[in-house]
Ligand binder design. Structure first.
Ligand SMILES: O=C(O)CCC(=O)C(=O)O
Length: 311
């Protein structure tokens, strides 16, 4: 067990980014990761790109320019990814955003768009892809290159996380094997937001390595290809879970894919279960919350004793 429980102190800028996140569904925190994390993780990402994992997906068709590479649960096979999810500043930020007494790691997702990659990331909400119910879910998008819209920076539809509607997941690539799984869900497809692009307010940021973007599991988002001929776009999406999240066994989520099942042999959760599984490690046990959260924190102390006896 490797649990973090140090008090969380965040800067005024981070506090303000957290308020913005709750209001708009996405926000940026500047300069939160130091150079050591960036260089270590760039090397780790290169190891993965050179030796693709069994669950990885090459979204760029063979023979086309560029490379859109996707991979999942890297922390399970590379110690630097595990170190990053446990010991970077991100779990503490997640605890602060989610006001949660415990933080679990759901998974990390690598999304690399090499120069001249044409493939877009289709607009989508994340939660429909996931076998989860609950509110306490946060993604943090971590770029390891300078990224603007031209390099495939992610765009977020401002405020869309407040909408009641949930749309069917869209497969990122036609041949990735996910489309037939998602079709099982039978939900309404996402409207073509790009067609009426000007009708909506979009958020996006030019980001430098060290910056991170917080985004909500229901905010509508997507990205273009990487039009640059010489700038890479290496990014890692980190998914954190808080107290109220339970397993949702509805059909058609990404976890059904055989290649994902194969890398999670211990997975054995039933509908409504808490995510107590080595596949989704508990990485923080408590956080210092604002005064209004003190009651919740008292309850937490009992929970954390219970939790620590499980893992
Ligand atoms: O990196 C991208 O292009 C999209 C990221 C994304 O959709 C996600 O992390 O949910």
């Amino acid at each position: 067990m490797d649990l973090q429980s140090d008090p969380i102190e965040v800067s005024d800028e981070t506090e303000s980014a957290i308020r913005e996140y709750h209001k708009n569904g996405a926000s940026v925190i500047r300069g939160i990761l130091d150079k050591k994390w960036i260089s270590t993780m760039r090397e780790a990402i290169q190891r993965v790109l050179d030796h693709p994992g069994s669950a990885s997906v090459e979204y760029t068709p063979k023979g086309e320019e560029g490379r859109y590479y996707g991979d999942f649960f890297l922390w399970r096979r590379d110690p630097d990814f595990e170190e990053f999810m446990r010991h970077s500043p991100l779990p503490a930020i997640a605890a602060k955003v989610l006001k949660s007494n415990s933080i679990r790691f759901f998974y990390d997702q690598l999304l690399v768009k090499e120069p001249l990659t044409k493939e877009k990331t289709p607009f989508h909400q994340d939660l429909p892809y996931w076998p989860l119910k609950g509110e306490d879910i946060l993604s943090i998008w971590v770029p390891f290159d300078r990224v603007g819209l031209q390099q495939g920076g992610v765009r977020f539809l401002k405020g869309s996380h407040h909408w009641k509607q949930r749309y069917a997941p869209t497969a990122f690539g036609k041949d990735s094997g996910f489309a037939k799984i998602y079709a099982k869900m039978g939900w309404e497809p996402l409207p073509d937001f790009e067609k009426n692009d000007n009708t909506y307010t979009w958020l996006n940021w030019e980001t430098e390595p060290g910056d991170v973007i917080l985004f909500h599991p229901l905010v509508i988002h997507g990205s273009g290809g990487n039009q640059s001929s010489n700038q890479r776009r290496r990014a890692l999406a980190m998914r954190f879970l808080g107290d109220d999240v339970v397993w949702d066994s509805r059909p058609g989520t990404f976890i059904e894919k055989e290649t994902i099942q194969e890398i999670l042999p211990e997975l054995n959760l039933k509908d409504g279960d808490q995510l107590e599984s080595p596949c989704f490690p508990l990485i923080r046990t408590f956080s210092i919350q604002p005064e209004t959260e003190i009651m919740k924190q008292n309850n937490f102390q009992e929970n954390s004793i219970r939790n620590s006896s499980h893992e």
